[in-house]
Design a protein around this ligand. Sequence first.
Ligand code: URA
Length: 264
Amino acid sequence: MESTLTPDAALASLAWQIELGATEAIGDAPVNRYDLPDKAAKPAAKTDTATVTPVIPTPQAKADPLAEAERAAAAAPTLDALRAALAAYPHCDLRRGARNLVFCDGIPAARLMIIGEAPGRDEDIQGKPFVGRAGQLLDRMFDAIGLSRGAETPGAALYISNILPWRPPQNRDPNADEIAMMRPFMARHVELANPDVVVLMGNISCEAGLGKRGITRLRGQWMQAYGKPALPMFHPAYLLRNPAAKREAWADLLALKARLAGRA
Ligand code: URA
């Protein structure tokens, strides 16, 4: 098709797009390049560059990832809807490198909800939180106070989730923006599961729930997070690297047990 654009008009159109904030030339619809192997292999058809109509992106207000996270989380009436809202949330780039969305394990009716940091390799593969080495230690720790993710009664069960539902590349720490955009989802997650008590496992979980880090100082002190009594604890991955800290972790587990029994 013959373009009616003159070089001057094409330049003016380009300047207009740049003024609107366009930084890349992309189409209106995504292109699956894996569907076009032959075209890439064939010699390109002769193209008269002067006749190519420039792509004009649809002007749209720049999305605010935090506002969208708040809106999507607040609109979810159930845990299944919240999981679907996370699956549809496009602004966290971690999702691109992850195999699975890791949402929860255990039973949502549990009186205790454990909030970890982010999935690692095993969790990414299985789509469940805390199933690797740290998860096995977590299971043993809570077993020791009579709680497990396999139990069916709310008083004996655990409900487990993570701040980040996608594995960060090379297990790096999530950055402040990634934590901030996931926080509304976790706040809604806690609201919907409605546990009596939450455990904040490690620094990332403390940053999201309390707005501060410093697990060595914070652990063992009852705080409020997401509107619930919250106990920061050493992350089991930290305990694997620092077995001497299991002493404090045991004290925290006993404090948790006493709190759930109404004794503290
Ligand atoms: N560490 C976490 O914080 N969460 C997991 O699911 C696994 C390891």
